[in-house]
Design a protein around this ligand. Sequence first.
Ligand code: N2P
Length: 361
Amino acid sequence: MTFKSLTLTAVMALATSAAFAEEVRVYNWSDYIDEELLAKFEEETGIKLIYDVFDSNEVLETKMLAGGSGYDVVVPTGTFLQRQIQAGAFQKLDMSKLPNHANMWDQIESRTAQYDPGNEYSINYMWGTTGLGVNVGKVKEVLGEDAPMNSMDLVFKPENMEKLAACGVHFLDAPTELIPAALKYLGENPDSHDPDVIEKVEPVLMGVRPYIQKFHSSEYINALANGDICVAVGWSGDILQARDRAAEADNGVEIEYHAFKQGSLMWFDQMAIPVDAPNPDAAHKFLNFIMDAQNMAAASNYVYYANGNKASQEFLVEDVIGDTAIYPDEETMQNLYTTSPYPAKVQRTVTRLWTKIKSGT
Ligand code: N2P
């Protein structure tokens, strides 16, 4: 770099930083936005956007309950949001600052009201399901042509997992999603809050524990795409992103997402403003930007998750709006279940159980 261009760069950097009179701090899930939208927000509003990512509701919850996170916008899943609202972690939204709220989809709002009555504290960002990511070629190689690609048997039956261990299996590190799934496998109510019922998953998960390479909630995207693992219990859009990354790499890896035929969890990730947000005004501007129909469509088209914005639907590509793994049809919808937050005492059982399962002892 010449002296001249260095000077120019330095001047431009100064000019850019001086151009931002304020900033907004957003804490969202990893692999959950088209990053071009972040630049677009800064250009349109002149507000500097600091965007950090996480991959676990538990990590976010610890910050929210401790307070002083420094974030202006965070994105808990509905069940966690509900508990955090009750703990006083969020401020009510000022609808007068959110004209794009008119774009939201009443069908999704009626569901998210289960967690945030009246949707007073949050807007839906994305929603999706928890199911199976499979490397079609490898799974067939290991389990044969009629491998149960869309069945809980794939990951909860020790005889299948024993074979799959050779090509690699990841589970989400998400106790509030994996425990309900194991309950569903047992034919129990996945939303049971009865500790005696919840304990029933221990032998199921312990039975396959030796064959799980890792509990992690974001590494599986690249691991699937690169062919490093052959199965992941993961989130719908993440697995579809893995499918695309493999296709782009042209590496011969074919990834599919399947909701569990026995029933998958349907969850809702909600944007909310912490009660102690440093810049609530900018937080509202960010939420309003996100609720713009074209912005929301751009986000869904990029991450392969459905959103709660009705007006965005005309801008969704066919690969997204036409895929029942993303926008389920009535029949697929019938097979999805939702959960509610565990009361504190039950949560302790769940946390203890999960620690035990992860450690495998
Ligand atoms: C984004 C995953 C978010 C879904 N990578 C979990 N609620």
